[in-house]
Write a protein of this length. Structure first.
Length: 256
């Protein structure tokens, strides 16, 4: 079942846990843009290693939790690399250096290079995203977006509600399946039964959305200036993390 990311006390008190979420979000986006212009596999893999080591040392992420977050997304990166290797346009180029031919399938050196570079970039993006997600409290991120980035409250807190609705859908699905088992419905995934589950999930999602809209209206979101329970302030550690992240990215871009 899907569950929300709950930060441990050690993670919240770590350097990355205390860093302003906007700084981490800005660095993640900067790394994403930087990775788009890197076309070799070595530098993205080095950035991925740096991100993972920062998550372990500076974010105090438990290794098992970090591993669970990286494995499924890493498998997706591997799948993308394999698909690129097989279907790359370089495989149909008669001037490309052929490495392997199995029947109609032709693998070239250029296709291998493109697949390795793309796979490495995806791994670096995944590593950065997982470390960001596992060191950032979603509520604190929304507070920073509203207080410091001046994002509209309805949009920011609506996004937070959507994020929190994902695990709720998993819980609703489990409840619906248990109710069907109580009524003697077999545990199968036949299309007719699947449609019934989807309709039930849709009804529950609409009900939750209606309740959320009423709650936001009752709290007068977007009606005017608001006080904050947890005001956020910039700290010197935010500047230190920002400078370090930009320096690492600049060093990787400068290396040829």
């Amino acid at each position: 079942m899907l569950t929300p990311i709950d930060l441990t006390v050690a993670q919240e008190r770590s350097l990355l846990g205390r860093t302003n979420p906007l700084v981490k979000l800005g660095l993640a986006l900067a790394w994403l843009v930087g990775l788009a212009v890197i076309h070799d596999p070595v530098r993205p893999l080095l950035l991925a290693v740096v991100a993972v080591m920062a998550g372990l040392a500076l974010g105090r992420i438990p290794p098992a939790r970090l591993f669970r977050g990286l494995v499924p997304l890493g498998m997706a990166a591997l799948s993308i690399a394999v698909a690129t290797l097989v279907f790359a346009a370089a495989n149909t180029d008669p001037t490309a250096h052929e490495l392997l031919r199995v029947g109609p399938l032709r693998i070239t050196r250029e296709a291998v290079a493109a697949a390795a570079a793309l796979g490495a970039r995806v791994i670096a993006i995944v590593s950065t995203g997982v470390v960001f997600a596992q060191t950032t409290d979603p509520t604190r991120l929304v507070d920073a977006l509203v207080q410091q980035a001046r994002l509209p409250e309805r949009f920011a807190y609506g996004a937070l509600a959507a994020y929190q609705a994902v695990p709720r859908l998993g819980q609703d699905l489990a409840t619906l399946r248990q109710a069907r088992r109580v009524r003697g419905v077999a545990r199968t995934w036949r299309p007719r039964l699947l449609v019934g589950l989807l309709v039930g999930l849709l009804v529950r999602a609409i009900r939750h959305a209606d309740q959320l809209a009423l709650a936001m209206d009752a709290r007068a979101f977007g009606s005017g200036p608001r006080t904050t329970f947890r005001p956020l302030r910039w700290q010197w550690t935010d500047l230190a993390v920002a400078v370090a992240g930009v320096a690492i990215l600049a060093a990787s871009l400068a290396r040829r």
